[in-house]
Design a protein around this ligand. Sequence first.
Ligand code: ATP
Ligand code: MG
Length: 166
Amino acid sequence: MRSFSRVDQGTALAEYDLNAGVNSTLLVAYNEYKYTAVVHKDLGNVPQFQAVGGQINQVLLNLIVNAAQAIRSQNRDAPGVIFVKTFTESGHAVCEVFNDGPAIPADVAVHLFEPFFTTKPVGEGTGLGLSISYDIIVNVHKGYIGFTSDDTGTVFRFELPLDGVD
Ligand SMILES: Nc1ncnc2c1ncn2[C@@H]1O[C@H](COP(=O)(O)OP(=O)(O)OP(=O)(O)O)[C@@H](O)[C@H]1O
Ligand SMILES: [Mg+2]
């Protein structure tokens, strides 16, 4: 668990194992989703690559907590589904976090990565999770983060270059 946040390692780049990051983040977040969703994983063959591991794990945590909160917002009787998938594509390590919660309306979608944008009740969300995630993936790691959303659910996807950051 000590390896999860890596306070000791700060912002240093090091070899990072994305699948191990997913597994440790799911352990850390367990209390957040255990009554809300069943989690499925499909962790593919992703080589290690240079990254600030504690920051990528923070992104994973933000996405998984958001997924659980989205499902919970529907107050359903039965648990929802969170699906975490990793794979390699075009020289990138890719991670997708799906949840079968509500569609994100178009007028909300355009603001999602803005700092302090939240639709959650006061005290529940600060609206920083996705703006920090964007900063970590795009600015620090020269990667990509985006999402698609419709009535069947929402998928957040990030991509990180396997040849690392300069
Ligand atoms: N998986 C999702 N499904 C539906 N809406 C989402 C999802 N993820 C994020 N959102 C929307 O994007 C907004 C911003 O998300 P973000 O993670 O930046 O902030 P937050 O979750 O509200 O607060 P914080 O992450 O700081 O606790 C959320 O308030 C919510 O409206
Ligand atoms: Mg959040």
